[in-house]
Design a protein around this ligand. Sequence first.
Ligand code: HEC
Length: 196
Amino acid sequence: MGQGRAIAALGLVLALAGCGPAAPPPPAAPPPGPKPVASIQELMKILIAPGADTVWKLPPSISEPDAKPKATPEQAAADWAKVEAGALTLAEAANLVAQEGRVAAVAGNKLQDEGQEGNLARDQIDARMKSARPDFLKHALALQTAALKVRAAAAAKNPDALLEAGGEIDEACEACHKQFWYPAPEPAPGANTTTK
Ligand code: HEC
């Protein structure tokens, strides 16, 4: 190859390689996948509260194992399995609660105790879920962590561990509600408080 042709070829390669002002490629569209559909309120009513009931309202085979008539071993095993499944539901429901893009409630649906003094309105909850998102995620994680403890206690058929972890779930619900649903009144201006 003569030198002139070699240089021309090099020029062609450089041109093809996109030297010069080329438009940046358009951002790749995200692959289609499922999106959040339910509101926080719907998740609370449909998944979270029923999951918590499974963990809190224990059948007699677990809450009073010595009561007569005694549950059969098969019944007791089925009861423990139900608690374990409720705990798993809660643990995964925490992921759904934490998923970005949810609103507090569908327009037109009243919140429980809406309008009661000290309760946030839905748009205030929406704003707070945005402005204090790390806190919201922290509470959802606390719920998941407690739910996994319940699950482990149920898998080990350990009633004491179950009661303790059930109490931790209650605390996780309450902590999130206190910040995002019915918060304590704002501290007086100038009060020296730090939020953790
Ligand atoms: C990460 C935050 C968070 C956690 C954790 C959480 N909740 Fe909620 N919950 C909310 C918010 C925000 C509302 C207020 C909006 C609403 O009413 O749905 C709410 C409302 C509710 C409501 C009222 C629903 C309605 O009809 O308005 C119930 C019942 C409820 N939660 C149950 C629970 C239980 C039980 C747990 C624990 C097992 C729990 N929540 C844990 C955020 C949370």
